[in-house]
Design a protein around this ligand. Structure first.
Ligand code: UT7
Length: 340
């Protein structure tokens, strides 16, 4: 019997309407459009506005659309994994809240936290449940409402991040399409460069931690940049070497959208021309766990059955990795564009 692989059979995305442009950021901190564009590639990002709205409200839109595109009811989902660093609450899991809001009444689910590599980690985890034969429909959501943990008076971080969600449906495939291989890595010693200082069990929230702005993203940008360039490029190259893949074999690189210069470095290392690289950082900035599925969603109409796609990410933890995904359907059939 042919081995069961976990194929992506539908992809969707959702971004909130509000566009925070570089021009508007110029009125908030000492920066300028040219610096932001040349140093990061970001031109605008989406922000979820409104009281009482969280990551689940972004994620549920992506899940509802995913089901509609695939023509399934949410009740058919067996398991939903939500990758996020901005859960609605510390507990319960945002996955549970998304399932409730979407009507995925038969699904169990959990959150997975690996910062900007969260979607890759979750994709790998979800695919195991399909490959083992245990489940038939696993949804992987990557979502972050980064605006909830960004200090909009800190010019080093507020220029980069945005809010957004993406989701994929994984189903069994016996023709060899879907997840082929993944290399995942982590190094906890990198935590000093990128973390949130308070709000965890080491330093619970107090009036002092709030006043000291310790519930926002703390990042030593330059150090993270160096690790990210090396980590994302090296692991992508390692995956190619492992499978004797050449640049010609690869149809698309789907890189985490943290900084255009990191993306360029990874593509160069892999020997890929720019036309093969999915880039939408200019529109959404860094949506953390949302970047990879948002790219797949936007490029879906161009994807063809059999395309070799490499997804790569690097993020807080440090966490990083690369995945080889063989696309399972002709994108034109299930088309669709990002809701902008
Ligand atoms: O996705 C999770 C992982 N995160 C990443 O991958 C992010 C990695 N890091 C980066 O993308 C970049 O380090 C940043 C975009 C965060 C910063 O860019 P950079 O080229 O590393 O800038 P820098 O921190 O080295 O700062 C260079 C200069 C400094 O001024 P001086 O000291 O040279 O006078 C900064 O104060 O640019 C200044 N600067 C700014 N100037 C205008 C920093 N932020 C800004 C700003 N506008 N927004």
């Amino acid at each position: 019997m042919q081995k069961i692989t976990a194929a992506v059979t539908a992809v969707s995305g959702y971004v909130p309407e509000y566009r925070l442009t570089n021009k508007e950021i110029e009125t908030m901190v000492d920066t300028n459009d040219e610096w932001i564009r040349t140093r990061t590639g970001v031109e605008e990002r989406r922000i979820l506005k409104g009281e009482g709205l969280g990551s689940s409200d972004l994620g549920v839109e992506a899940v509802k659309l995913l089901c509609a595109k695939r023509g399934i009811a949410p009740a058919e989902i067996d398991c939903l994994i939500c990758a996020t660093v901005t859960p609605d609450m510390v507990f319960p899991a945002t996955a549970n809240i998304i399932c409730d809001k979407a009507g995925a009444v038969n699904a169990w689910g959990f959150d997975l936290q690996a910062a900007c590599s969260g979607f890759l980690y979750a994709l790998s985890t979800g695919s195991m449940y399909i490959e083992s034969g245990r489940y038939k429909k696993v949804v992987v959501v990557g979502v972050d409402k980064m605006s909830s943990i960004i200090d909009y008076s800190d010019r080093a971080t507020c220029i980069i991040f945005g809010d957004g969600a993406g989701a994929v449906l994984l189903e069994p495939n016996e023709e060899g399409y879907g997840m082929i291989d993944t290399i995942l890595k982590s190094d906890g010693s990198g935590r000093s460069y990128l973390h949130m200082k308070a709000g965890g069990s080491v330093k619970p929230a107090t009036v002092e931690t709030v006043l000291a702005k310790e519930h926002y993203v703390y990042q030593e940008g330059q150090a993270v940049f160096k690790f990210a360039v090396k980590g994302m490029a090296d692991v992508s190259y390692e995956l190619m070497q492992k499978h004797n893949l050449t640049a010609d074999d690869i149809a698309w690189l789907v890189p985490h959208q943290a900084n255009l210069r990191i993306i360029d470095a990874t593509a160069n290392r892999m020997g890929l021309s720019k036309e093969k690289v999915m880039i939408n950082i200019q529109k959404y900035g860094n949506t953390t766990a949302g970047t990879l599925p948002l790219c797949l969603w936007e490029w879906e109409p161009q994807l063809k059955k059999g395309d070799n796609i490499i997804l790569a990410a690097f993020g807080g933890g440090f966490t990083w990795g690369a995945t080889w995904l063989k696309w399972a359907y002709d994108g034109a059939v299930q088309g669709g564009t990002v809701n902008d």
